[in-house]
Design a protein around this ligand. Structure first.
Ligand code: XLS
Ligand code: NI
Ligand code: NI
Length: 430
């Protein structure tokens, strides 16, 4: 116990406490499963425990007793983190190496620090409910990674990165993690003028292949997830969006080995909706997990805010459910408090509110799906394709199709896409 959250009651459904769940009821059955098992919430260690509250114009605003570079600070941070998991009854958490341990003087010391904290996690997890949704390596904050990790022009940085990922995969495996994530923080470029794009992509492909090979070598049964993002921090990131990552996986023969962790804010930054990215990943068979946080629509800053818009979230879960729901993935809050939200209660309330927003979104999505409110019109729209001639056409060729068009004097008549009608239907549920 850290004592940090003293005075805040456990957040429970209908508890009547100041901070309670009003919609997230873990045991309620939604779309055939307990809500907890559908949503699979995870608390992100970095933003909740390691982020100091800075913005481009000012530094730290948060004062946490565990801020500092020693192992004692890291141990206190672990205590506070597990206190929050328990307060929220959170089923999962996620972490980077750099969130949980101080940087050592060299690679060996950093690894030793990590392993000591992982020992503590392991001990705590014996009695705690919380499990590890995913682990990952921070290959973007330290200055050694400023020109990338796997895509760095310096092979020593590639080596350091590969070794770091190995230690983080070991840690994830040891803690029974259900996934391992690779977000290409600085795997991209600032200017083409100094960049050998083909070489960097080849390096990235080889790196990811080594990750998959190592997964099999150690018998890690979790899913390897790549998290697309189009830019930020680099001007151009190679893992731009779902479509780009899929092509990259195919090129490297990894499309059956790797799935995607899709973040709402990253989807929007790429010029897509969140639901587009989820739907596309499902269509391509690579949907894995989600990071449920987006940036501010007006300022565009990387505010990584907790979800607070039910209709948006409902459309995202609609695509998740249409694809069959999560398997090893879940809903990770890769989300920051606003920098004026200084109090321990703010951290608890942010998660509680976000879990409620997601629960409302999930319930709306499940109802839309089970009523067939959108699926019926969708099926009708494509009904023509169930005709025999239409299916056979796809196995024929352009010349025979031309013949058939002439013979039957085909003259297709356009039909309404009924978008407003469908939007009205959605509005009844959210
Ligand atoms: C940054 C990413 C990052 C990953 C994990 O924008 O979202 O937080 O989720 O490295
Ligand atoms: Ni992000
Ligand atoms: Ni993320």
């Amino acid at each position: 116990m850290s004592g940090y959250f003293d005075g805040i009651a456990p957040v429970r459904y209908g508890s009547g406490e100041d901070i309670a769940f009003h919609h997230y009821n873990p045991d309620e059955i939604v779309a055939g499963k307990r809500m907890e098992d559908q949503l699979r919430f995870a608390v992100a260690y970095w933003h909740s425990f390691a982020w100091p509250g800075g913005d481009p114009f000012g530094g730290q605003t948060f004062e946490r007793p565990w801020f500092g570079d020693t192992m004692d600070h890291a141990r206190l941070k672990a205590d506070a983190a597990f206190d929050l998991f328990e307060l929220l009854d959170a089923p999962y958490f996620c972490f980077h190496d750099a969130d949980v341990r101080p940087e050592g003087a060299n690679f060996a010391e950093s690894t030793k620090n990590l392993n000591e904290i992982v020992d503590i996690f392991q001990k705590k997890m014996e009695s705690a409910k919380v499990k590890l949704l995913w682990g990952t390596a921070n290959l973007f904050s330290h200055r050694r990674f400023m020109a990338g990790a796997a895509t760095n022009p310096d092979p020593e940085v590639f080596a350091y990165s590969a070794a770091t990922v190995k230690t983080c995969m070991d840690a994830t495996h040891r803690l029974g993690g259900e996934n391992y994530v690779l977000w290409g923080g600085r795997e991209g470029y600032e200017t083409l003028l100094n960049t050998d794009l083909k070489r960097e992509l080849d390096q990235l492909g080889r790196f990811l292949t080594m990750v998959v090979e190592y997964k099999h070598k150690i018998g890690f049964e979790g899913t390897i997830l790549v998290e697309p993002k189009p830019q930020e921090p680099t001007k151009h990131q190679y893992d731009y969006d779902v479509a780009t990552v899929y092509a990259f996986l195919q090129k490297n023969g990894l499309e059956n080995e790797v799935k995607l962790n899709i973040e709402q804010g990253h989807a929007i930054l790429a010029g897509h909706t969140f639901e587009h990215e989820i739907a596309l990943a499902n269509a391509l068979g690579v949907f894995g997990s989600i990071d449920m946080n987006r940036n501010d629509y007006q300022s565009g800053w990387d505010t990584d805010q907790f979800p607070n818009n039910v209709p948006e979230v409902a459309l995202a879960y609609y695509e998740v459910l249409r694809g069959g729901g999560f398997t090893t993935g879940g809903t990770n809050f890769d989300a920051k408090l606003r920098r004026q939200s200084l109090d321990p209660a703010d951290l608890v309330a942010a998660h509680a509110g976000a879990m409620d927003v997601c629960a409302r979104g999930l319930k709306a999505a499940a109802a839309m799906l089970s009523d067939g409110a959108l699926e019926r019109p969708r099926t009708e729209r494509y009904a023509g394709w169930s005709q025999k001639w239409a299916r056979e056409m796809l196995d024929s060729d352009l010349a025979s199709i031309e013949q058939a068009v002439l013979q039957n004097d085909l003259s297709p008549s356009p039909r309404s896409g009924r978008q407003e009608v469908l939007e009205n239907i959605v509005n009844r549920y959210v």
